[in-house]
Design a protein around this ligand. Sequence first.
Ligand SMILES: [Zn+2]
Ligand SMILES: [Zn+2]
Length: 157
Amino acid sequence: MKNEVINKLLADRDITLTSLRQEILVILALSNKPMGAYDILNQLKKKRPNAQPPTVYRVLNFFLEVKLIHRIEAQNAYVCCSHASGQASHKAILLLCQTCGKGFEFEDKAIFESIAKFSKKNSIALDDTLIQMNGICQNCLANPAISADTVKRLKHV
Ligand SMILES: [Zn+2]
Ligand SMILES: [Zn+2]
């Protein structure tokens, strides 16, 4: 199971992972929502009781560099990239469920081409920042516990 997860994420990517990196990647890959560095650290401590925050941050920065994960700025959390190929400039749009925290990632060339045109016109240099949009996923919408108000508000948008 764990190897399967890692193999899928590493397909097309020329990366070899140390066992520490593998463990952290598996923790993140098996989580169905974005995780903060300390959530990751707490899970890692089950296997490596001496793990420290800098250890986790170092590995997360490496993953960001090789585009295996995305950082969600607003939440200061991380998610695995759901794309198989690690292109040099990987731009993605992440729809994030505000209720359960699940992320849905997709790529749309046209959207990024428009953004690129706009930024060129206005002389703004863009970085690789992820575009994040908030909403509520279908699962949560189907849940009667989610207030009818929230649903109503969303349907107006
Ligand atoms: Zn991605
Ligand atoms: Zn949800």
